[in-house]
Design a protein around this ligand. Sequence first.
Ligand SMILES: [Fe+2]
Length: 335
Amino acid sequence: MNGPRGISSLRANNHPKIPGTSQASRTRRRPVSIRRALRLSKLPGLGSFWPPRKRAARRWTGWVGRNWARVTYARHVEPTWLELTHHQVAVPDLPLLFDGFRVVHLTDLHASHRVPTSLLMEAIDLANAQQPDVIAVTGDFVHAGYRHVDRVARIVSRLRAANGVYAVLGNHDYSVRNALGWRRFPRLPETIAAALAGQGIRVLRNESVTLRRGESALHLVGVDDLWSRVCNVTRAFQGLSSHEPRLLLAHNPRTVNQLADQRCDLLLSGHTHGGQVNWPGLGRFLLTKRNRRLAAGMYRCGNVSLYVNRGVGFGFRFRFQTRPEVAVFHLQRAS
Ligand SMILES: [Fe+2]
């Protein structure tokens, strides 16, 4: 009676050789290459070449490939890939003559040797193409120092808007402080403000302007950067009627916390660059927890509509899922 094949094979191995019959014909042997590979797979360090570890290796190479592609894109594509965004904003008490008023918002140009002139020029052209009533630029014209002040002033001098171009200064325009708290470039804010004014751009430093159409008014207010130690919201809003709508330009979105006593219908800001990186699984990890709450986009803070623009330039050339931005706001009468 014949037993199972495996048992008969074992028996065959233990049996002495029967004259006239070959061992190969009595047992089913694997090909030599497979036997050698199985032997190798038991050696330490070589086991990962074989299933089930082969699947893990494939997953690992896939992860590396995906992230290599992301890094390449974030370094070479996204930093100069501008996005135009449109936003409808309902403003209480907006006079009929200002219904449909168009504000184009640029921020964080960060002029430096890293940010190409072509990107800044493209942003300027995109802003002009929107036929804006007002263009607002909310700071960080330069990344550091005096070297690029004249260059950026010449670039933004090309901005054109029916009711003018307005600006406020950002923390980089006040210069980065050193470890002792001293400003590295103490005359930088005055130098930038003078260069911009020389190109016809009105820099609002804790002050306001009133735009008029007939008897109707819209107030445009600008404050110095929150970290400059000279930001003065009370002075900026002084003398304005609380029955008329107000737009505020402020580099840092956290300026919204200073507005408890002031009416502000729309606050335009930048500063965060959207975190520059919004990595899958990690999010906007370059921002502090506090800044992550106001990282990018539209927020409602009490009665204030706050917009955080992702900016045009960058400190370091790397953006992922936070494309550089030019934003257009269409003001509408709140019903
Ligand atoms: Fe910035």
